[in-house]
Design a protein around this ligand. Structure first.
Ligand code: F6R
Length: 628
C-alpha cells in the first residue's frame, strides 16, 4: 500500500521517477506527488488522482534536477486531498519525505513539535515524521556553528542529515518505508524501512529506492532488499547501509530474474486479463523441477525439512488473507483428503490476536503473493515467537515473508500487477495440490495413485488453455448478466473455496454484491435472496455429490433464480436446469479447483468491463496491504 520511488544519479530524475511510479500504481492510486532537488531549489508537484495527472503537471514544470522522490498514495491518515498527498515538506522547508506505513505515536510527536514552532498543513502522520527530522536536523550542530565552537571533527551537512533521520526513527512507533531529501544536501537521499517494503536498486552512476522491484527493473537488475531497522544513505556514486544503532551492514546484492517486459501489459486491455491468460505458463512454472524422479510424488527444495521431520507433524496450520485464505481452504481440503493429516485454517489477521491453543507438533504455512501483507507477516512472526516452524508460499522473491520464513515454496508466477489476484491464486492452488501429494506419499497414498496424481497435475496447464479458449463464450454470458446487482456462488468441498473466490473476484472489481456459500447451506438462509434478479453460479462436481448439487439447483430454479453452471464436460445436466453452462475439462480431483477458478475469473473480468469499471485499480483497494 502506497508506492515510493527515489532516484539519485546523473540523469534527470523526474521522468525516471514517474516511470517507476506508474509501475507502482497498483499499490495505491488516490493521489500522487513528486519532489526534485533542482539547481534553483526544491520543486514539489502534487495531484489528487492517478499518476497520469501528476505526470501532466510535472511536464509543465522544468524539472532538471537529478535527485528526487515520489509517491502514489492509498490514504490512511487524512482524506484524499492535495495537502495530504506526499511528498511532505517540513515547515522550515529543509526536509522533504515520502512514506509508506503508519506512524502510531504521531499525535504526541505533533504536540511536541507544535511547541517548538513547527507548523502543519496536512492531516497526515507523515508530515509529523518530516518535521521531526527537520527538528533533529536543526538541533544537530551545523558545520559553521561547530567550527565557531571549536568542535572537531566538524560534522558535514551530510552526516547531520543522516543523524537527524536516525534520531527521528528511534523515536517513532509504527511502520515505515521512507525516502528523505534535505535541501541542504543535494545529490543525497536517506531511506529506511520498518515493516514496509523497501528495495535499493544499484545502478551505474545512479542508485534508486522503491517499494517494489517493478519500479527498478527498467534501470537495474541488481537489488538489495532492505531489512527492518536498516537505513541507507545514497548518492549517485554509491550507498552505505547501516542499522539505526549505527552498525555497518554488508549489502547482499541480488539479481532480479525477470525484466521490464514481464511487467508490461502488452496487447491486453488490462493486467488482469493478461494475468488470467498467463495462467498456463504460471502453472507450468509452479511445477517445473518439482516432481520426484519416479514420477509419483513432489519435491520441494526450499522447505528445509526432511521426510523424517514431516513424519512428526500431526497438524498443519495455514494462514493468509483474502484470496490467499481461499487457497488455504483448498490446501486444507486436499491435505486432509489425500494425506489424512488435520489442517487448521485461520485468517492471518485473526490468528495474530487470537492466541489460539496449538498442537505441539504443528507446522505453520503462510500464503502470500506479495510476501508483504502485514497481517500475514505478523501471523508468521507470532507462530515463530511461539517456537513453531513456519513455511511460506510466496510469489515475490526476496519479500519480507519469504525471508523471514523458515522455509518455503516460491510460486514463480511472474509479477502480478492487477489488484485482483488471478494467476498467483491458481498457482497457490497447484502448489497446495503438490504439497498434499508430497505428504500423502509419506502416508498412505500408493505409488500407483501417486503416478496418477502427478499425471493429473502435469495435465493442468493444457487443460487451463482449453478453459481459456472459452473466453468468448464467457464474455457473451457476462454481457447478459452484467446488469444484476446480487450474485450467489455455490460449491461444495474443494469447490466451496472457489465459490468464495468467485464472489470475491466479482465484488472487488465490479462492485456487485456477491456471496460464496457451500451449496447445501443455501437452504439455511441465502435462499431468501433468490429471485429473478439474483443469479447463482453453481460449481457442479462429478461423483457422489453430483445429485445433491443438482437438487440445490432445482431449488433455485423453483424460485425462478437464474443459474450459470460450471460443470465438468463428462457430466450431463438435466435439460433446462441451467440457463447457461460453462464446461471445464474432466480432470484429476486435485486439479479441479484450479480449472474451476478460471471461468469465474473471466466471468468477473468481463462483467466488470461491461459495467465500465476500472478493473486493474478497483476503488478503495490496493495490492499488497502493508498497513493493518
Ligand atoms: C484479492 C486479493 C487480495 C489478496 C490479499 C493477500 O483479489 O488479491 O485479497 O489476496 O490482500 O495478499 P497477498 O497474497 O499479497 O498476501
Amino acid at each position: 500500500m502506497c508506492g515510493i520511488v527515489g532516484y539519485v544519479g546523473r540523469q534527470r530524475a523526474a521522468s525516471i521517477l514517474l516511470e517507476g511510479l506508474k509501475r507502482l500504481e497498483y499499490r495505491g492510486y488516490d493521489s500522487a506527488g513528486l519532489a526534485v532537488l533542482q539547481p534553483g531549489g526544491l520543486a514539489l508537484v502534487k495531484s489528487v488522482g492517478r499518476v497520469a495527472a501528476l505526470s501532466k503537471l510535472a511536464a509543465a514544470r522544468k524539472l532538471t534536477g537529478t535527485t528526487g522522490i515520489c509517491h502514489t498514495r492509498w490514504a490512511t491518515h487524512g482524506g484524499v486531498t492535495e495537502a495530504n498527498a506526499h511528498p511532505h515538506l517540513s515547515s522550515d522547508g529543509r526536509i522533504v519525505l515520502v512514506h509508506n506505513g503508519v506512524i502510531e505515536n504521531y499525535i504526541a510527536i505533533k504536540k511536541f513539535l507544535l511547541t517548538k514552532g513547527y507548523t502543519f498543513t496536512s492531516e497526515t502522520d507523515t508530515e509529523v515524521l518530516c518535521n521531526l527530522i527537520a527538528y533533529h536536523y536543526a538541533k544537530e550542530t551545523a558545520p559553521a556553528a561547530a567550527q565557531a565552537a571549536g568542535v572537531n571533527p566538524q560534522p558535514s551537512e551530510s552526516s547531520r542529515f543522516l543523524t537527524s533521520v536516525r534520531k527521528t526513527l528511534l523515536h517513532v512507533e509504527g511502520t515505515y518505508g521512507i525516502a528523505v531529501l534535505c535541501t541542504e544536501c543535494p545529490g543525497e537521499m536517506v531511506a529506511a524501512r520498518k515493516g514496509s517494503p523497501l528495495i535499493l536498486g544499484v545502478g551505474d552512476q545512479e542508485n534508486l529506492i522503491a517499494s517494489d522491484v517493478s519500479a527498478l527493473v527498467s534501470r537495474t537488475q541488481s537489488v538489495v532488499y532492505l531489512k527492518d531497522g536498516e537505513l541507507v544513505h545514497l548518492t549517485a556514486g554509491g550507498f552505505a547501509l547501516s542499522t539505526l544503532d549505527l552498525a555497518d551492514v554488508s549489502p547482499v546484492i541480488d539479481k532480479v530474474t525477470w525484466d521490464v517486459n514481464d511487467a508490461e501489459m502488452g496487447a491486453h486491455a488490462h493486467f488482469m486479463e493478461k494475468e488470467i491468460f498467463e495462467q498456463p505458463t504460471a502453472l507450468e512454472n509452479a511445477m517445473r523441477g518439482r516432481f520426484s524422479a519416479d514420477g509419483s510424488s513432489a519435491n520441494f527444495g526450499g522447505l528445509n525439512l526432511t521426510p523424517a521431520d514431516f513424519r512428526t507433524i500431526d497438524r498443519f496450520v495455514f494462514t493468509s488473507c483474502g484470496t490467499g485464505w481461499h487457497a488455504c481452504l483448498v490446501a486444507e481440503h486436499l491435505i486432509e483428503r489425500f494425506a489424512r493429516i488435520p489442517v487448521e485454517v485461520d485468517y492471518a489477521s485473526e490468528f495474530r490476536y487470537r492466541n489460539a491453543p496449538l498442537d505441539r507438533d504443528a507446522l505453520f504455512f503462510v500464503i502470500s503473493q506479495s510476501g508483504e501483507t502485514i497481517d500475514t507477516l505478523a501471523a508468521l512472526r507470532e507462530a515463530k515467537r511461539k517456537g513453531y516452524k513456519c513455511m511460506a508460499i510466496c510469489n515475490v522473491v526476496g519479500s519480507t515473508i519469504a525471508r523471514e520464513a523458515d522455509g518455503g515454496i516460491y510460486q514463480h508466477a511472474g509479477p502480478e500487477i492487477g489488484v485482483a489476484s488471478t494467476k498467483a491464486f491458481t498457482s497457490q492452488l497447484l502448489i497446495s495440490a503438490m504439497f498434499a501429494l508430497y505428504v500423502a506419499r509419506m502416508r498412505d497414498l500408493s505409488f500407483a495413485e501417486g503416478i496418477e496424481y502427478v499425471n493429473g497435475l502435469k495435465a493442468v496447464p493444457d487443460l487451463a488453455r482449453r478453459v481459456l479458449e472459452q473466453a468468448p463464450h464467457i464474455k457473451e454470458i457476462a454481457s447478459r448478466y452484467s446488469k444484476y446487482n446480487d450474485f450467489l456462488f455455490l460449491g461444495r468441498l474443494s469447490l466451496f473455496p472457489i465459490a468464495l473466490e468467485g464472489a470475491l473476484k466479482l465484488k472487488e472489481i465490479s462492485y456487485i454484491h456477491a456471496e460464496g456459500y457451500p451449496a447445501a447451506e443455501m437452504k439455511h438462509g441465502p435462499i431468501a435472496l433468490i429471485s429473478p434478479e439474483c443469479p447463482s453460479v453453481f460449481f457442479v462436481p462429478k461423483g457422489e455429490l453430483f445429485n445433491k448439487v443438482i437438487s440445490s439447483m432445482q431449488e433455485i430454479k423453483a424460485r425462478k433464480g437464474l443459474i450459470i453452471a460450471i460443470a465438468p464436460d463428462c457430466v450431463e445436466l438435466p435439460e433446462g436446469l441451467a440457463d447457461d453452462v460453462i464446461t471445464i475439462p474432466d480432470c484429476h480431483e486435485a486439479a479441479l479447483p484450479v480449472l474451476a477458478t478460471i471461468p469465474v475469473q473471466l466471468l468477473s473480468y468481463y462483467i466488470a468491463c461491461a459495467r465500465g469499471c476500472d478493473v486493474d485499480k478497483p476503488r478503495n483497494l490496493a495490492k499488497s496491504v502493508t498497513v493493518e
